[in-house]
Design a binder for this molecule. Sequence first.
Ligand code: ADP
Ligand code: ADP
Length: 226
Amino acid sequence: MSFIEVEQVGHHYFTPSTATVALEDVSFTIQKGEFISFLGPSGCGKTTMLSILAGLINPTTGKIRIDQQIPDQDANFIGYMLQQDYLFPWKTIEENILLGLKINGRLSSKTKQSALSFLNQIGLKGVNQQKPQQLSGGMRQRAALARTMAVNPKLLLLDEPFSALDYQTKLKLEDLVAEILKAYGKTAILVTHDIGEAISMSDRVFLFSGSPGKIHRIFNIPKELR
Ligand code: ADP
Ligand code: ADP
């Protein structure tokens, strides 16, 4: 039994006048601890596939299981990193990072300490009491990573989290995120247009093509290319 199982998934979007086939006959499995990239041009169904995995939309056809469960909107074992950091501007970095634990009713001295020591580990020492707008874009994305990791998700969905950063910051963060997620044994899926990013971060790259969106090929990325 694989950690993620996707079997012949299809998705149609219906509007009063049109039907768009966003995905057709997509099947794959992902093992625990793997880092996967969904690579492909826009419009080939990558975001739709990610939304189905997140339980935000249901597939029109096919079957999906994550850790043997059907994903739904209340799945609190999934963490996100998006293009924008979505930190609350009026809260400090520390408050932002502890918010998820608070909402889930899991804020204790142990989880708090673990979340704050993670801040040090990713180069955010000493910014606990600062507000997001006092930090650079790269540091805010680090804080977004810390917020995501604080709730200890089983699966991370990363939707172009580096695309708003300048080139040098982007390269540094790609390495950091890949290294941290491996160190913690997390399973992650990254959506990207950037082939360099996909290769340098992933164990496997799922190349999407469309329309309708399909997985055209799957590449294993040898360690020496990363
Ligand atoms: P990608 O993430 O690869 O750019 P998407 O999953 O966003 O691809 O889109 C796949 C196809 O589905 C595209 O043709 C897009 O126009 C269409 N689509 C996406 N979202 C919607 C929606 N909410 N309603 C109608 N069509 C949509
Ligand atoms: P699982 O059994 O689901 O893989 P674990 O509880 O074993 O998850 O934790 C996986 C890793 O995440 C461990 O190395 C642990 O130290 C780390 N971890 C757990 N909770 C936190 C947290 N709140 N902040 C940062 N890292 C954490």
